[in-house]
Structure formats: structure tokens, C-alpha cells
Design a protein around this ligand. Structure first.
Ligand code: A2R
Length: 322
């Protein structure tokens, strides 16, 4: 017998779809179908499986009277209204840890590509310019001597810090609190960290508390050799301020895997040769996405079989009430 009725929002990986289909009655709903969800079906839904592409907001949550758990595919869950879920006793789970090393690899790749203009250099070769015009110009940027300020020294931030140390970089960090288990210099303000560093690694979550905190003042403080890398959430950076800082030389460059309104990327960024832009691929290997998919499904199975989620988010440390 099926454990429960599950709503699957948008397309999910085969590993999630197959695992859930073997244990639950799964109802797949596309982004455009959420608003017109049949009330009879809505009344039966006890769990939701979702990625970032369909928001699980208060109106949707309120239309699912039997909802017990929202299993988010991804460590960032800013598309789920976790505070509203908490107020109603609904558990939210995410997929931490299994993607940290992959995202950290991407972050270091992006940093190297940006500092040494590797995307532009490859385009130069492919365009025949090595033969036609001679060697690619020397790069203004280098990793040598850089001071890396990490905004969000969490699971992924620490994996990035370990790699950056191996590259000889000096590590600093900012978050809401100092961490006892690291010796890196802590900066109680983001502006203070930007003053002390020339390279900013953004790996903090999205949501209201981080919206636009990398603003014009922070970018100015990084200085003309400044490089900004973002593998956290696009909303953490004031995107128009970043475009302006890149255009007028306030900072040197940026490497971005995430954007404020994905998949839309400002044309001004696309037109900038030196900036490196990736289509949100931080964790996007088959290996890591499958591990995330398994954990997403395990949360739902564990909840309905044992009453315990595997990886609940901090806002909802709940057990199942039976
Ligand atoms: O603030 P703290 O001390 O709790 O540090 C957390 C930091 N953080 C913030 N920093 C400054 N201002 C805030 N409003 C703020 N909120 C959170 O971000 C912590 O060091 C870090 C997040 O680390 P974890 O929770 O371990 O997340 P993880 O697995 O490293 O993933 C980070 C983000 C995801 O939320 C996605 O947006 C993206 O990377 O994949």
C-alpha cells in the first residue's frame, strides 16, 4: 500500500521520480497547474517534493490541509516559505552536505576562470586569434597575493576555504556569528571584510535576510583589483550595482553561477567579455545530483515510515505526529 499522496512540483530527476513512485501515490503538477489544483486532490496531499523552479509559498501551503512535509531538492530552500511551514507544524527538508564538495570545486574553477580570463582566452583561440593576432594579452588579474573574504562560511564555504588555502590565499569570513572551530579572521560586518579583502566569495543562502547585502559600498571597498564570485544565490548581490561597478572599473571582474532572476541574465553582463557567467551548474554533475535526489526521496520515505526526517532545516526540527 502507498505510504501517502505526494505532490511533485515540476520535473524531477528519474531517481526521485522512480523512488517516490515505488512508495507513494505521486501526483505530478507543472508550474502553470499549481493555481488550478483540484481541491479534492489538494485535500489528500500529505507531502510535497520540489526543486527551486516552483515556489512553495503560503497560498499553496494553505491549500493543502493535510500537508506534513515539504522535501526540497537542493540545499538552498529560499523558494519554500519555511517560516510559514514552521508556524503550521509542517516539516521542511533539504539536501545538505552531499553537494558541498561539488559546489566548492565549481567555486574554485569559477575563481580561476575569472582571475585569469580563461573563458575569454578560450574564445580567443577558437576564433582563430592565436594564429591571426598572436598570444592572448597578459591578464590584469591573478590569484597570487589575493585575500579571499567568504560570505557564508558554512558547509560549502568551509570546503571552498580548504581549497583556497591550498592555492595560497589568505582566508577571511563574515556571517552573523563567529565560529569557534576555525582560525580565519572573522569580520562582524560585510563592509569591514570587503575593506580587508580584494576577493569576495558569496556562498550565503537567499531570502530576505541576505537580499542585496553585497551593495555598491561593499563592491567599492573591494577596490579596483576586486573580484566577486557568487555560488550562493543571485539575490544576495545588488545586481544593478554589480553591473555598474564592473562597467566603471570600481572592481576588476566577476564570476557568477547564480543570478537574481534565473534564467534571465542581464544583457549588460553578457556583453562584458571578461566576466565569467555559468548557468547555475554548481552541483550539476550526475553523481552529485543523484545523491541529492536520493536524499530528497529518503526524507519523505523516512518521515512516513519512521516519523523522523533525515535532514530537516533549522526552522522545522519536527517529528511526525501520529
Ligand atoms: O550567519 P551564520 O553565522 O549563521 O552563517 C551562515 C551564513 N549566513 C549568513 N551570513 C550573513 N548574513 C546572513 N543573513 C546569513 N544567513 C546565513 O551562511 C553560514 O555560515 C552560511 C550558510 O551555511 P550552511 O547553512 O552550512 O549552508 P551551505 O550548505 O553551505 O549552503 C549555502 C548556500 C545555500 O543556501 C544555497 O543558497 C547555495 O549555498 O547552494
Amino acid at each position: 500500500m502507498a505510504l501517502a499522496d505526494i505532490l511533485m512540483l515540476g520535473r524531477m530527476l528519474p531517481v526521485v521520480e522512480e523512488t517516490l513512485a515505488s512508495r507513494f501515490t505521486v501526483h505530478k503538477v507543472g508550474r502553470d497547474e499549481v493555481a488550478s489544483l483540484d481541491p479534492g486532490l489538494a485535500a489528500r496531499i500529505a507531502g510535497v517534493a520540489c526543486g527551486a523552479h516552483v515556489p512553495v509559498d503560503a497560498p499553496l501551503i494553505d491549500r493543502l490541509p493535510k500537508l506534513e512535509i515539504v522535501a526540497n531538492f537542493g540545499v538552498g530552500y529560499d523558494s519554500v516559505d519555511a517560516a510559514h511551514c514552521a508556524s503550521k507544524g509542517i516539516c521542511v527538508t533539504n539536501t545538505p552536505d552531499v553537494l558541498s564538495e561539488e559546489v566548492a570545486d565549481t567555486a574554485l574553477g569559477l575563481l580561476l576562470m575569472t582571475a585569469r580570463e580563461l573563458s575569454a582566452a578560450e574564445r580567443y583561440l577558437r576564433a582563430g586569434n592565436w594564429v591571426g593576432k598572436g598570444p592572448y594579452p597578459l591578464t590584469a588579474g591573478t590569484l597570487r597575493g589575493r585575500k579571499l573574504g567568504i560570505l557564508g562560511l558554512g558547509r560549502i564555504g568551509k570546503a571552498i576555504a580548504r581549497r583556497a588555502e591550498a592555492f595560497g590565499m589568505e582566508i577571511h569570513y563574515h556571517g552573523r556569528s563567529r565560529q569557534a572551530d576555525v582560525a580565519y579572521p572573522y569580520h562582524p560586518t560585510l563592509a569591514g571584510m570587503a575593506e580587508a579583502c580584494d576577493t569576495l566569495m558569496v556562498v550565503a543562502p537567499g531570502g530576505a535576510s541576505t537580499r542585496g547585502i553585497v551593495d555598491a559600498g561593499v563592491l567599492k571597498a573591494l577596490g579596483p583589483q576586486g573580484i566577486v564570485i557568487n555560488v550562493g544565490r543571485g539575490t544576495v548581490i545588488d545586481e544593478p550595482a554589480l553591473v555598474a561597478a564592473l562597467a566603471d572599473g570600481t572592481i576588476l571582474s566577476a564570476g557568477l553561477d547564480v543570478f537574481a532572476e534565473e534564467p534571465k541574465v542581464p544583457q549588460a553582463l553578457i556583453d562584458m567579455e571578461r566576466v565569467v557567467l555559468l548557468p547555475h551548474v554548481g552541483s550539476a554533475s550526475r553523481h552529485t545530483r543523484d545523491a541529492m535526489g536520493r536524499l530528497c526521496a529518503e526524507n519523505l520515505i523516512s518521515w512516513f515510515e519512521t516519523g523522523q526526517p533525515v535532514t530537516p532545516v533549522a526552522e522545522t526540527p519536527f517529528e511526525r505526529k501520529v
